[in-house]
Design a protein around this ligand. Structure first.
Ligand code: ATP
Ligand code: ZN
Length: 721
């Protein structure tokens, strides 16, 4: 090949042709450096026939500069990248970029230098250095990363290196990971579990595409069962990718993985240090990383020898990415498995309706684990009708729930209270003039956080200290907190049961692997009586002495009423209920609600999952909603309100008129201001027969918008705000 077509990481440039200099060996997928004007850019050699561009005569081509020392992106991955770009109406280069997770790693292995404390105790020390030394305890990273961790300048740290307080450590990027052993500690499986595991093992050995829905009740041992599939892949020398919905769950997973396979898996997520990222990426492309556990972004990595993909808690909506390339990692995982020719397991106790439908229609093979492991029973669920059983004034827990909490405390058992709202109170207002604290950048109230004494926006991160007086009428001490968040519930528990040890579990308190580890150890060691938490504690955890779950407000998720509100409520409540009674003692669940007759609440109370899915399926069919019809959203935004509105109207004015497509809007988005941008939405509801992507691409291709306008396409949207 003496001519190469490059995919470069700039959506505006698209594809560019270059001359391949004599002696440079490249093939499709090779990662190369090329000149662009006075600059050098990185690109991926692409299959020329699949990537049209302007024809440039040979004589005008500039030569490639260098082929980077990494294996070419394999063909199945290139096909996946093309598929995702096409399906999600995203630039090819934005998708491809996700495969090259670490740009430093492209330059090869070798060594890098990190720093750590020497353990030297200086006789005299500045307060700044002393604070840095506290913060850096146990850390090892580059100067820049350490500066971030310790919140000091790099200069301070360089000074500390000079003073012998920090020392350099040479890190070998390509040092191998310890090997996982398929047979390290294999469990004895129950009959059901064994049957399921056999299916997975056979599928891994067959090395063919096979999608599975592992549909097992909470505590049935889904993890143990898919671990047998992992073991089979390890025995075959193939790699495994396990996707988890959020990093908070990985700590738990790591411990179980280590117990089963003897070593930790390789982690991939956005907060890895630069050297960890580089090492993991290189091990993934070389095949040395046997099992990779990660959040969404692990999905597009160039695995050398993939043998199995697992998506755990596959119903979780956080698999849907809502910025940049708006893809659904669960769905792309299945497509990747198809291109790679390997099995994929979607595991959940509360599968998404779409997944259920695919299993019902035989596209996915459904594997059912109907019972909890070890004879544990599913918990008893009952409803607390808040209209009749009212909490005391200014409180949120009904008398019956309070009694049950006290009974657990006396018996030395644990309880869990679930409320999916961070902070102390979702709204703060002035008693005197009615002023409400609102975010200046978003259509949202500021949420009071008592732990940090701040009012915070949960959308853009805007924060202000809680003022002493109303900013509007200047009356002092006049602010009232309206409604509960988890902090307020934790306070209430402390008032009701002064002796109880309460743990608050939210992304504010459990924001690092260490803290998650401490929490799990404390809960397992029975150092916690009551856990109060957000959706973070609804899934994955296994605390045998936890026998009571209280859902503080089951109606919360139904507010706003988008397409999936009922499904999400069902999943959250069923998942958190599933934390109760997993050991020998039976579990009990109390659901507080004002709508006990709502279909979803009724189904939860009766434990009638089938009825819920059946009713929900019919509702979706009637609405032409997924999986029966298709949805896509167009979101138009600008910092200038008029500019956003005009662009949205222009798009609406040219809406295609097609028989199988219904277009709604434009209308101001429910969140009409977000991070300082004004937003308008259009919603497309199409029959399955419609070629939505093609329609959208051609439609939006008609316009040239001003610089400040952003137009985003969201295929199969989960968020409607
Ligand atoms: N065959 C087995 N041998 C020993 N322990 C098992 C076995 N199967 C399951 N367990 C244990 O039972 C508990 C529940 O299993 P696991 O967490 O895998 O269930 P799960 O189906 O993933 O639950 P959830 O969906 O609620 O997270 C775990 O502590 C697990 O180690
Ligand atoms: Zn905001």
């Amino acid at each position: 090949m003496n001519r190469a077509r490059l995919l470069v990481f700039n959506a505006a440039l698209g594809a560019l042709d270059y001359r391949v200099p004599e002696g440079m060996a490249i093939e499709p997928g090779s990662v190369v450096v090329a000149p662009l004007g006075p600059r050098q850019i990185v690109g991926v050699v692409w299959d020329a026939e699949r990537l049209p561009t302007k024809d440039v005569p040979d004589s005008k081509l500039r030569p490639l500069l260098e082929a980077l020392p990494v294996p070419p992106l394999p063909a199945p991955l290139r096909r996946l990248i093309e598929w995702a770009a096409d399906y999600y109406v995203a630039p090819l280069s934005s998708v491809a970029r996700m495969a090259l997770g670490s740009s430093a790693a492209l330059r090869g292995g070798g060594t890098t230098t990190e720093y750590r404390l020497t353990g030297e105790e200086p006789k005299r020390i500045t307060p700044q250095r002393a604070a840095a030394m506290d913060a850096l305890h146990g850390e090892q990273a580059t100067i820049r990363e350490l500066a971030e961790i310790a919140s000091v300048s790099e200069g301070v740290l360089r000074g500390m290196v000079g003073a012998g307080l920090l020392e350099p450590v040479v890190v070998d990027i390509d040092r191998p990971y310890p090997r996982a052993r398929a047979d390290f500690a294999a469990p004895t499986l129950s009959e059901d579990q064994q049957a399921a595991a056999d299916m997975f093992v056979a599928a891994v050995e067959a090395k063919k595409f096979a999608p599975f829905l592992l549909d097992g009740v909470t505590g049935s041992g889904k993890t143990e069962v898919y671990f047998e599939g992992v073991a089979a892949a390890l025995a075959e020398g193939r790699q495994v990718l396990v996707l988890l919905p959020e990093i908070a769950l990985t700590e738990n997973f790591l411990r179980r993985f280590e117990a089963r396979f003897g070593v930790s898996p390789v982690l991939w997520h956005s907060s890895l240090k630069a050297s960890e990222r580089r090492r993991a990426w290189r091990a993934i492309v070389s095949g040395d990383a046997q099992v990779v556990v990660g959040a969404r972004s692990a999905l597009f990595m160039p695995y050398a020898r993939l043998g199995l993909i697992v998506v755990d808690e596959a119903h979780e909506t956080s698999f849907k990415q809502d910025d940049g390339v708006r893809y659904n990692a669960r769905d792309v995982a299945v497509i990747r498995a198809r291109f790679e020719g390997v099995p994929v397991i979607l595991a959940s106790a509360t599968p998404a309706l779409e997944s259920m439908h695919l299993a019902d229609t035989g596209v996915y093979q459904r594997i059912v684990l109907p019972d909890r492991f070890g004879g544990a029973k599913l918990p008893d669920i009952s409803i607390v009708d808040l209209r009749e059983e009212q909490p005391e004034r200014g409180r949120w827990l009904a008398p019956r729930l309070v009694e049950e909490l006290k009974a657990r405390l006396e018996r030395g058992e644990q309880s869990l209270l679930f409320l999916n709202r961070r902070g102390y109170a979702p709204l703060t207002l002035c008693r005197h003039c009615g002023y409400r604290f609102q975010c200046p950048n978003c259509t949202a109230w500021l949420v009071e956080h008592r732990l940090s004494r701040r009012l915070a926006c949960h959308h853009c991160g805007h924060e202000v200290p809680v003022p002493a007086a109303c900013p509007e009428c200047a009356t002092p001490d006049c602010l009232v907190a309206c409604g509960p968040g988890v902090e307020r519930i934790a306070d209430e528990v402390a008032e009701i049961m002064p002796g109880a040890r309460v743990a608050l579990v939210t992304s504010d308190t459990l924001n690092s692997p260490e803290k998650i580890g401490e929490f799990v150890a404390a809960a397992e060691g029975k150092l916690i009586d009551v856990i109060v938490g957000t959706q973070l504690v609804t899934k994955g955890y296994h605390f045998p002495d936890l026998t009571l779950v209280g859902v503080v407000d089951a109606d919360l998720g139904l507010e706003g009423g988008d397409l999936r509100a009922a499904e999400r409520t069902y999943q959250q409540v069923a998942q958190v209920a599933g934390r109760a009674g997993r050991g020998e003692k039976p579990g009990e669940v109390l659901i507080q609600t004002r709508h006990p007759t709502a279909a979803v609440i009724d189904a939860l109370a009766k434990g009638d999952r089938d009825a819920f899915y059946a009713a929900e399926t019919e509702a979706r069919r009637d609405a032409g909603a997924p999986p029966f019809g298709r949805w896509a959203a167009i979101i138009v935004s600008s910092e200038d309100e008029a500019e956003a509105r005009d662009a949205a109207r222009a798009i609406g004015g040219k809406a295609p008129n097609l028989p199988d497509v219904l277009i709604l809007g434009p209308a101001p988005a429910p969140m009409s201001l977000l991070r300082g941008r004004y937003r308008y939405r259009l919603l497309i509801n199409a029959r399955r027969s419609a070629e939505v992507q093609k329609i959208v691409r051609e439609w939006l291709g008609l316009f040239d918008f001003p610089q400040g306008v952003r137009v985003n396409v969201d295929i199969d949207p989960y968020s409607f705000v």
